[in-house]
Design a protein around this ligand. Structure first.
Ligand SMILES: [Zn+2]
Length: 123
């Protein structure tokens, strides 16, 4: 191994560490989060998610109902009459990218986020 090989390896390690740092920064930079409720592939409703908003949404589909609760910056499916109860057992989600799926009802609850940069462009 030559001196340049070593420098190259150190560089690669540094760059990948920096990349990880950037990704983590990005994730914590979401200043706005949204809760999106999708039923059978189409958007049912969308709410801003923050610590002060509390909402209870009842989603009624042909297959049954889901009661979705937004509270303290977290979202959960509080109640459902689906047969596997996976959506209820999933518990709370709170970070962009997290998702609750109720397969029997084709209901998806997902959290999306936008960073400050994106917002300043869209205004
Ligand atoms: Zn379910």
């Amino acid at each position: 191994m030559t001196k340049y090989d070593k420098i190259l390896i150190i560089l690669v390690v540094l760059v990948s560490l920096f990349g990880m740092y950037l990704v983590r920064e990005r994730a914590s930079n979401y200043n706005k989060k949204y809760v999106e409720i999708i039923v059978d592939g189409t958007e049912h409703s969308k709410y801003i998610l923050d610590n002060t908003i509390e909402k209870e949404i009842e989603v009624v589909t042909d297959n049954g109902y889901n009661i979705i609760h937004i509270k303290n910056g977290q979202v959960l499916v509080e109640e459902s009459d689906c047969n596997n109860q996976l959506c209820v057992r999933k518990g709370v989600i709170e970070e962009p990218g997290e998702i609750i799926v109720c397969l029997p009802h084709k209901v998806v609850v997902q959290i999306t986020g936008s960073s400050e940069d994106l917002d300043s462009i869209s205004y």
